[in-house]
Design a binder for this molecule. Structure first.
Ligand code: SF4
Length: 367
């Protein structure tokens, strides 16, 4: 993956060419970065370094980069972030002036330091829409639920029209390097209405002939409806596998219903085509976490072990502790063992987070 045609692969384009692609992340990269597409990083990021960077989760920019627009999807919804590629590994970091990590651009390379120590050398990658390679679109940026770790209910955004969604995909196609469409959404009226809206969009976007993944709150009909519409992968997030914690952090939602939908989804979409976010850092024990990961894998589901992001709009509401490097490595190794036991692969995903790898240690991609 590294060292070849970064421009084409990762869509390195001046941000002004992406202007108007709302609400996806657009970060202006200086020309110096764009001029060195084939340079090999001096220190390809190893697994431990990626774990450390994810554990911190933020970076301070020492070289001025202008954030044209904040990302409004993903764990850092509403905050600017950068994608840093080094060797085979990609990491997404939220931009935060108080971060212990700092990034500078030096002779066409991006250098991340912790204190005076160089942590990794690589390059910044311009996402297409939210993340590299994909048009990952948050269709509705508002939500009737109030999950305590999620910024979307606080953003009070508006649903995008089908034309706006289509426009984002078309703009990504024009830039090149688009390999998937991923759709996610808050819940404007009800989970079923959201599934119906997304299904309509999936049908509409089928003309692009790209794999389409969907991440929504499931309903009793969502697997059939999304499959018939043309989606190839789904992600229904359990968020936490601790039932007691779930009641606290996801009021109004039902963990068992989500698990039932996941189980059914494996039958509909196939093993390895169904994903679920499991957040690390909400107060869950390692024992419960490990059991939950194993249970999901046994069902044929690929767990996405996501470090909690204490969003500024949510920091006061619950205790959120970013997992340590050691914990991330341990949970990732456990996940990989569980996937291997079930014959599941993390490197076959066509869409969404296992395809992107920016936020997580992904089995069979990172380790
Ligand atoms: S891993 Fe998922 S949430 Fe993170 S940047 Fe990539 S697509 Fe977005």
């Amino acid at each position: 993956m590294p060292n070849k045609s970064y421009g084409r692969r990762y869509g390195l384009y001046p941000a002004n060419e992406l202007a108007g692609i709302s609400p996806e992340f657009v970060l202006k990269l200086p020309d110096s970065i764009l001029l060195y597409p084939n340079r090999s990083p001096a220190l390809p990021m190893d697994l431990e370094t990626k774990a450390r960077l994810i554990s911190v989760g933020t970076v301070r920019l020492k070289t001025a980069l202008s954030l044209d627009q904040a990302s409004t999807s993903g764990p850092g919804a509403g905050c600017g972030s950068i994608f840093f590629q080094s060797g085979d590994r990609l990491v997404r970091l939220s931009v935060d002036e108080s971060s212990p990590l700092h990034l500078s651009l030096e002779e066409g390379e991006a250098v991340i330091r912790e204190g005076s120590r160089v942590a990794a050398v690589g390059r910044l990658v311009q996402p297409l829409a939210h993340c590299p390679h994909q048009a990952y679109i948050t269709v509705c940026e508002r939500c009737i639920y109030d999950c305590k770790f999620c910024a979307v209910p606080r953003l009070m955004g508006q649903p995008k029209s089908p034309e706006a969604v289509e426009g984002i995909v078309e703009a990504c196609l024009e830039k090149g390097g688009l390999s998937a469409i991923s759709l996610t959404s808050g819940v404007e009226v009800s989970p079923q209405a959201e599934v119906d809206r997304i299904a309509m969009l999936v049908r509409h976007l089928g003309r692009f002939n790209l794999p389409i993944g969907v991440s929504v709150i499931p309903t009793s009909q969502s697997n059939r409806i999304l499959k018939e519409a043309g989606a190839v992968e789904v992600k229904y997030n359990v968020e936490t596998v601790d039932p007691d914690l779930f009641e606290v952090v996801c009021p109004g939602l039902e963990l068992e219903a989500i698990k039932e939908a996941l189980k059914e989804a494996v039958g509909v979409f196939g093993p390895g085509r169904v994903f679920s976010n499991v957040i690390a850092g909400l107060g869950e024990s390692d024992r419960v976490m490990r059991e939950g990961i194993a249970e999901l894998a046994e069902m044929g589901v690929l767990p996405v072990i996501r470090a909690v992001y204490p969003h500024p709009l949510r920091r006061q509401e619950i205790d959120m502790v970013r997992p340590s490097k050691e914990r991330l490595l341990d949970l990732a190794s456990h996940t990989k063992r569980c996937l291997d036991r079930e014959g599941l692969r993390g490197d076959c995903a066509l869409t969404m987070c296992y395809r992107c790898t920016g936020c997580d240690l992904v089995p069979h991609r990172d380790l």
